[in-house]
Design a protein around this ligand. Structure first.
Ligand SMILES: [Zn+2]
Ligand SMILES: [Zn+2]
Length: 313
């Protein structure tokens, strides 16, 4: 278990405190009402911060499903930390632990191990953040070795507080309420990947966990709800993929579209997507012969592929 300095403990604990404050602040619109401008403000910051969480924290920083300039990574991480869901080291540490121990004892937020039923839903939807699981056992070395990202990790709350201040400056209590509402819905939107996408949905691919493709979660999270695909091919930049009979079917995935846009303007390279024969080879209900898969498959320079995850690391 990693030992944290008292200062880091305090700085980290500011995260859940601000999320709790955000929940209470979401009641403000009942007093102030919400104009169309305030609703647009809330939606804008929901989408921008969700995209930074999915496209930068998750698919770039954690899984390296594509490559991007350092400046884009830094700016994206600042935007993602404005979501109020902690900094880059903390986020990556917990998410890697989730993949490594999915639905086992050391999974930080499984809805089925050890809690089950309604307790499991509460736990995976955010209850785990109010437990000792909140502190990662190990921080990722690559993020900790980046001085900017390490400082951002400890000062993760500054972008969120700054956004709250700008909201108040722009539209007083009404816009501050819109900001709190946006932040709270965003928080629960991200947590549905941990809860609903491990409880409800299709499992077209073989995995040794409960990950599922859930369309509702995919809408809330700009494509992250296609979680069964993601657990099968963690380094795929495209999550929106399923199987119908013996065919590969591509699903709406706004985060992948964002990554392709970055690629088109020269800001993303080596965008990894699994080959169809690898996808078919991992079908859960396979009734047709497929050629054997020889993993790993090294990505080419123009159209990288992704080797399937054949077991836990
Ligand atoms: Zn998962
Ligand atoms: Zn992941």
């Amino acid at each position: 278990m990693r030992q944290y300095s008292p200062l880091t403990v305090v700085l980290y604990l500011i995260g859940p405190a601000l999320i709790l404050i955000s929940h209470v602040g979401s009641l403000l619109p009942f007093i102030t009402g919400l104009s169309a401008g305030a609703v647009a403000w809330a939606v804008l910051w929901y989408v921008l911060r969700m995209l930074a969480t999915t496209g930068i924290y998750h698919r770039l920083l954690t899984h390296k499903s594509y490559q991007a300039p350092k400046l884009l990574l830094w700016l994206g991480c600042v935007m993602a930390s404005a979501a109020g869901q902690m900094g880059p080291s903390w986020w990556k540490a917990h998410h890697l632990a989730h993949h490594q121990h999915a639905d086992q004892l050391h999974d930080p937020h499984s809805p089925s191990v050890p809690p089950q039923g309604i307790n499991g839903v509460y736990w995976s939807q955010g209850g785990w953040l109010l437990s000792r699981q909140f502190f990662p056992t190990k921080l990722p070395a690559d993020v900790e070795n980046d001085a900017f990202l390490r400082r951002l990790d400890r000062l993760h709350f500054l972008p969120l507080v700054a956004l709250g201040a700008v909201s108040y400056w722009l539209g007083g209590w009404e816009y501050l309420g819109a900001f709190f509402l946006s932040t709270t819905v965003l928080f629960h939107g991200v947590q549905t990947v941990n809860s609903l996408s491990h409880l409800v949905g299709e499992q077209p691919f073989q995995t040794d966990d409960t990950s599922r493709n859930n369309g509702f979660v995919a809408v809330l999270t700009l494509g992250e709800g296609w979680h069964n695909l993601h657990h099968t091919f963690p380094s795929s930049s495209r999550h929106g993929i399923t199987l119908r009979a013996d065919r590969v079917v591509y699903l709406p995935d706004p985060t992948y579209r964002f990554i392709k846009l970055l690629e088109r303007v020269g800001l993303a390279t080596r965008v990894k997507v699994p080959k169809e024969r690898h996808l078919l080879a991992r079908a859960r209900d396979r009734a047709w012969p497929v050629p054997p898969v020889t993993a790993p498959v090294l990505p080419s320079t123009t159209s990288p592929s992704v080797a399937p995850k054949l077991g836990r690391p």
